[in-house]
Structure formats: C-alpha cells, structure tokens
Design a protein around this ligand. Structure first.
Ligand code: ZN
Length: 439
C-alpha cells in the first residue's frame, strides 16, 4: 500500500466529518434547491450518481408528489424593524414547508405559530408541515419572554410551486442481478446526526463498494427524501424491489453510542442474520430490536406489497436521544471516530454478503432422489456417512436462495467446513447451484 493510499484510508473519518460540515448549512426539505445542492455535493464524490426528478403532481402509489418548496427569507420583526426571529440565523427557525405569508399579526396570533420545547428551553425544535398548508416559526423557549410587543411583522418569503422531487441513485453492477441496497434520507435541514451522518457515511460506503474487485452482488445506494422519496422510488422500481436480496436503511451513525439494529418485518431474513453476526463477531457494543413500523423508510420498503428484506442499522435509535430533532443535533454531536467505526461495521456487512455462499436447491419440490445420483455412496462410509447425510439434508432444505452455508452451520451445529465439502459434491452433481449471474 502506498503512502498516499494509507493516508487516504486513515483519513476517512475526517473526510466524512468534512462532508457533513459542508452540507450542514444547507436548508433541505423533501423537495427544493437544498435537496439538489445536497445531491450535487454527493455527486462530487460519486460521479456516477444519477439524480432523478419526479414532477410535482405525479401520482406515486397512494401519494402525490407535492409542490416544490424554496425559501428566500423568513423573519419576524418588531414594527420598528428589529428582527426577533430570523431564518438567516438558523434554518430550523422556520417550520419546514411554511407557506408564503406577509403581514402584521397580534402577539397572540404570532404565538399560535411558534413552536418551542419547554423542557429544553435553550434549543430550537425542528418542525415540518409538508402536507398541511401553514406557516410557523421555531424558537428557543426561553426567548419567548422577549416577545412583548402587541404586534409583529411576519415575512415568510417562500415559494410553493410546481417543480420536482429529486432523489439520487447509484447503481454498482456485480456478477449477479440480485441487489444489496442501502438507503438514507436527505430531507433534514441543519441537523447533523439525523441526517448528515447517514449521508456522509453511505457516500464513503458507496465508494468502497464501487472499488471492490469482482463483486458478487450488484449494489444500489438510494438518497431519498423521507417517506415521499422512498415511495416515489418504489413506485417506479417494482422490478428492482423484487430482486433485492437484502437492504439496510442508514441513519444516525455519527454520534457515539451502542449500535442498534432493527430487524426486518419478518425478523429472520438473510440481512438480519448477517448484521447480527457482524455485530456479534466484531464484538461491537450493540442492541438488536424487533421490527416496529416507525422510524425511517424501512416501513415503506418493508410494506406488504414489496416486503423487501430490510433492516435499519443506527447507533442511538430513532428519536431516542435528547438532541434529536433540535438545534443541539449539530456538528458537535458527531465525530470522525464514530463515523469511521460505523463505516467499518457497514463494510463488514457488505463483506459478509460477498463472502458467504448461498446455494439454490434445483429440486425444491420434495427431496431429489439421491440414490439415483449415487450421492449416498459418494459420501463415504461409517459415522462420517451419517454425518454427511445430515449435512446434505440441511443443505437441501435451507438452500432456498436466502440461507448461506454460514446460516446453515449456525442452525444445524455442523461445522461450516463440512458443509462446504458436502455442498461441493452436491454442486458437482448439479443438485444445487449458486444462482444465475448477470448476462
Ligand atoms: Zn428525523
């Protein structure tokens, strides 16, 4: 390894942190220029990233892509022109998707449009109003005392007009059509752990996968606005969804804390077994939780019409840290060392998918007739014969395209090297195969 490559690798944590820092000031939402600027920044690191535009008004399954939202400026000022709340100071001050509004309002009316966190009086909350047309401001609770005037002038110079929804997609082709997919949301404004840590880490993961020699699987990396973006992608990609062998929703990977894996709806998909093994074997401090239909886009990808085998791997879990969705989720909350460890875990997941061998039983309708193929004779005599027969029966039963030999070893208690030897014989007799390669 040359020195420059070593430095490049050594500094991956710093590079992810720098990417998050670059993206932090941008006012993102589910649509608009902030999303496009974010995707442009990612494309600077992943030149093959495809940026997709879905026009406002497009029906995507049960949803309709909303009008595009952009902000020029937004503030509240006293009638003598003193600004008391200003979007320019922090983009969290404006409720995301606030409709345009200009006018003088009484204090009581203004207060009805202001959101605070009484329990965390020095933090600005993050609020959205995507599908309910309204305007509002978010403020530190202990600044409410400053609003003593009878009337204020409110300016929300935003636009909510026909435009487009954008998402980014990187496809990395492997030998097989079957895909391993990673997805992260890209719709939060100046918030670091949720969600810039996910964007920065997944970008480095994509670079890593793109450089993997002789990939077995094809990979896809999705950068989508939460909910509507995932649904828009699904609506246009049912064919892709059907060939996803495993998927992980990436988020909350930059703030220190134990790793949390939330399983797929079916709990025991291949991705669930792989992530559990990676966390256990890497001796990472971790917690595994059963699926619940809340959190990020795992509930879209895992919805019954698609049932993609999807889990979510975070550090602190969704919503369960005090800085969550507040101005305290800033660049001080995340760090390069944590990002780097998270990346290592995700790379381990990719490598496990690549390394573990999965077979398909070519005679899955009842047991293939083994005697006719000389398979009992092939497997030697004495005790070994009985053991190898059990290995063979385990392989035949669980070789459904989802269970790897590692899974079968774990489940059966049979040594993986024995399974490998027996599988080679079965493969040689064309009873099992490794699935179809692309082209
Ligand atoms: Zn969030």
């Amino acid at each position: 390894m040359s020195n420059s490559v070593a430095n490049h690798e050594a500094d991956v944590g710093g590079r992810m942190y720098a990417h998050a820092t670059e993206l932090f000031p941008i006012c993102r939402s589910i649509t608009g220029k902030g999303v496009r600027d974010t995707l442009a920044s990612i494309r600077g690191r992943l030149p093959n990233l495809r940026v997709v535009a879905v026009p406002s008004g497009t029906k995507v399954n049960d949803w309709v892509v909303p009008d595009e939202w952009n902000v020029n400026e937004a503030f509240v000022e006293s009638l003598d022109g003193h600004r008391v709340i200003d979007f320019a100071d922090h983009n969290l001050h404006l409720v995301n998707y606030s409709v345009p509004f200009t006018g003088t309002v009484e204090r009581e009316e203004l207060l009805r449009h202001i959101h605070t966190i009484p329990d965390a009086p020095n933090l600005i909350p993050y609020r959205t109003s995507y599908y309910q047309r309204n305007w509002g401001f978010c403020l530190q609770h202990d600044r409410l005392d400053q609003l003593v005037d009878a009337e204020y002038r409110v300016v929300v110079d935003s636009t909510l007009e026909a435009g487009e929804l954008n998402y980014g997609e990187l496809y990395v082709r492997g030998r097989r059509e079957e895909e391993i997919v990673f997805s992260t949301h890209i719709c939060h404004p100046s918030l670091a752990n949720d969600n810039l840590s996910g964007i920065a880490m997944m970008t480095e993961l994509a670079r890593y996968v793109d450089e993997l020699p002789d990939r077995k699987y094809s990979y896809r990396f999705l950068y989508v606005p939460g909910t509507i973006g995932a649904i828009a992608w699904l609506a246009g990609n049912a064919d892709v969804a059907a060939r996803i062998g495993g998927m992980v929703v990436v988020a909350l990977v930059g703030a220190a804390g134990p790793l949390h894996y939330k399983t797929s709806p079916d709990r025991n998909e291949r991705v669930d077994r792989i992530v559990r093994r990676v966390l256990r074997q890497g001796e990472y401090e971790h917690v595994v939780r059963d699926f619940s239909p809340y959190g990020y886009d795992e509930r879209q990808y895992g919805s019954p019409g698609y049932r993609i085998p999807v889990g979510s791997l975070t550090r602190r879990p969704y919503g369960e840290y005090p800085e969550y969705h507040t101005s305290a989720d800033n660049l001080d909350l995340i760090d390069a060392v944590t990002l780097e460890e998270s990346l290592r875990v995700y790379k381990d997941v990719v490598n496990a998918f690549e390394r573990e061998e999965v077979y398909h039983n070519r005679y899955p309708y009842g047991e293939p007739q083994l005697g006719r193929r000389g398979l009992y004779d092939q497997l030697g005599g004495g005790t070994t014969a009985a053991e190898d027969r059990m290995a063979m029966l385990w392989i035949l039963n669980l070789s459904d395209g989802s269970h790897s030999l590692t899974d079968i070893a774990e489940r059966s208690g049979i040594d993986e090297s024995d399974l490998r030897r027996v599988a080679a014989i079965l493969e040689d007799r064309a009873v099992i195969d490794r699935g179809m390669n692309v082209g």
